[in-house]
Ligand binder design. Structure first.
Ligand code: NAD
Length: 379
């Protein structure tokens, strides 16, 4: 079975779907691995190391794409790349399936089995392949590092003969995987950290990291069976904004990570709240890719507002630590493959009874098979 890993072509994407370590493990399973030259260049993995792990660096990427049984890549492919795939091939990547209806139809038309990393269930069994978590954790860390580099203040309190430097105040909005890592990182750097989340279970986790949980009474917020936040009503959002305005005004760094799975992220920091913040403060919006939490944030652009607040616009902060983001992401890919690999036949049967397969397989055999995305005509 041939597995091909193309180099990423989308702007700003520095990660890869394979490392020499995972290549060695997958080769050992019995996969024949091929990769495009320079696959790990941006994330600091050398072609020579891939070769040593048993990967063939191919001379003709188009031919490799067309003959592979399994393709691994980080970002969703283009329509042309899908059309070039072999019918029956399995394609594993992030797909943004809620917003890419046409792309899903193209996968079905090409008779490719498309697996979406986003849709892998967030269960204990699937933890090793949970790419959303592995990347969100690094993004949370990177958000603090990037903000610290821009805020022009030290994060920790320092007692010096020339006077006391007060600790930076960091406010984290949304304390899921990314937010909790941001809190932990800011605490380690000595900042005074506050956080808010709509899921009540998060309060204990925030406190256990040594941060203060900001209390805002929004009434019933709850969470989904999968542990995700529920969408708030406009009245609840307005209450939340009012409750957070003062905390934002006192903060030196605001990091927002608030997402609602499968929906546009809520606008939580309004232009008026930004206008009320201190000159020199920095905002990092980690929900930018799904619509953004901060009014005025612009993807791929850093904005400084008239009152001197900098809003960073890096949409893929995990790429600022691409070596480690690639290390764990490639491990997520390898875990998915290993879970389904049949050692006897040295093949990858798509066991449709398996709950991880049911969660993550979007198209198969010419149809959109995932119930969340299937239309009456595609099922
Ligand atoms: P996410 O990226 O969808 O959302 C990030 C955070 O934003 C969440 O904590 C959410 O509650 C919060 N949020 C949403 N709307 C908000 C609002 N208006 N104001 C403030 N915060 C808001 O979620 P995530 O970080 O990927 O995961 C969330 C949860 O899923 C985890 O904390 C956990 O409970 C569960 N999870 C479970 C597993 C597992 O069991 N293997 C793995 C990962 C995540």
């Amino acid at each position: 079975m041939i597995c091909y890993v193309p180099a990423e072509s989308s702007p700003g994407e520095l990660r890869a779907a394979l490392t020499p370590t995972t290549a060695a493990a997958l080769t050992k399973l019995g996969l024949t691995l091929q990769a495009q030259a320079g696959l790990g260049f941006a994330s600091r993995y050398a072609d020579a190391d891939y070769r040593e792990a048993g990967v063939e660096i191919v001379a003709d990427p188009a031919a490799a794409l067309a003959t592979a049984d399994l393709v691994l890549r980080v970002q969703k492919p283009t329509a042309d790349e899908i059309a070039a795939l072999k019918p029956g091939a399995v394609h594993l990547s992030f797909l943004d399936p809620f917003n890419e209806t046409e792309l899903l139809a193209k996968f079905a038309a090409a008779k490719v089995s498309a697996v979406s990393l986003e849709m892998i269930p967030r269960t204990t069994l699937a933890q090793k392949m949970d790419a959303l978590s592995s990347q969100a954790s690094l993004a949370g860390y990177a958000a603090v590092v990037q903000a610290a580099a821009r805020v022009r203040s030290a994060l920790p309190m320092m007692m010096t003969p020339a006077g006391t430097i007060m600790p930076c105040r960091v406010f984290v909005i949304g304390a899921g995987v990314a937010g909790l890592q941001a809190i932990a990182t800011a605490k380690r750097m000595g900042a005074r950290v506050e956080a808010f989340d709509t899921r009540p279970v998060v309060e204990e986790q925030v406190k256990s990291l040594g941060a203060r949980f900001v209390k805002i009474d929004l009434g019933d917020t709850g969470q989904t069976a999968g542990g995700y936040a529920q969408q708030l009503t406009p009245e609840q959002i307005a209450k939340q904004q009012a409750g957070m305005a003062k905390v934002c005004a006192q903060a030196d760094i605001v990091i927002t990570t608030a997402k609602v799975f499968g929906r546009k992220a809520p606008t939580l920091v309004t232009a008026a709240m930004v206008a009320g913040m201190k000159a020199g403060s920095v905002i990092v919006d980690l929900a930018l890719e799904t619509g953004g939490n901060v009014e005025g944030a612009v993807a791929r652009e850093d904005i400084t507002t008239p009152n001197g607040v900098t809003i960073l616009g890096h949409p893929l902060l995990e790429c600022t630590v691409a070596t480690h983001a690639t290390q764990v992401l490639a491990a997520n890919f390898a875990a998915w493959i290993t879970h389904f690999w049949d050692d006897e036949t040295k093949s990858l049967p798509l066991n449709r009874e398996d709950e991880i397969m049911q969660g993550s397989l979007i198209t198969h055999d010419g149809a959109i098979v995932h119930p969340r995305f299937a239309t009456p005509s595609s099922a």
